[in-house]
Design a protein around this ligand. Structure first.
Ligand code: 5GP
Ligand code: ZN
Length: 112
């Protein structure tokens, strides 16, 4: 499959790994928007949040179980933001479900 994040997960494209487990892979965003900007993805290819269903939600749950572990590892004791961009209006550019973990400074209140 011609998917950038599947290739990153497979190690075919290099990335700076932050965390991994059986279901989840996390790595630093190549164009960070905050001092900490990690992309957390299910290893299994899910195209977007709009493709989440009962058959793959365990992988999504695993992503969210990883969030506080990664936040702790990254020293985000003062809080952080988790963002998903979905589809055209959400400005999703990579069609493999991913959650942005942002922190390390006070983030702007405005989100949309
Ligand atoms: P989206 O806009 O789809 O929510 O987020 C895609 C993210 O992937 C962007 O923040 C972008 O900087 C990041 N990104 C795109 N290509 C690469 C890459 O090759 N490596 C890494 N580490 N991040 C990437
Ligand atoms: Zn993929």
């Amino acid at each position: 499959m011609d998917c950038l994040f599947c290739k990153i997960i497979a190690g075919e494209i290099p990335s700076t790994k932050v965390y991994e487990d059986e279901r989840v892979f996390a790595f630093r965003d190549i164009n960070p928007q905050a001092p900490v900007h990690v992309l957390i993805v299910p290893r299994r290819h899910i195209a977007s949040a709009d493709a989440i269903d009962a058959g793959n939600s365990a992988d999504v749950a695993a992503v969210f179980e990883a969030v506080p572990k990664i936040a702790k590892q990254e020293g985000l004791a003062n809080g952080y933001r988790v963002i998903n961009n979905c589809g055209e209006d959400g400005c999703q550019t990579v069609k493999h479900l991913h959650f942005h973990l942002l922190g390390g400074r006070k983030l702007p209140e405005q989100m949309g």
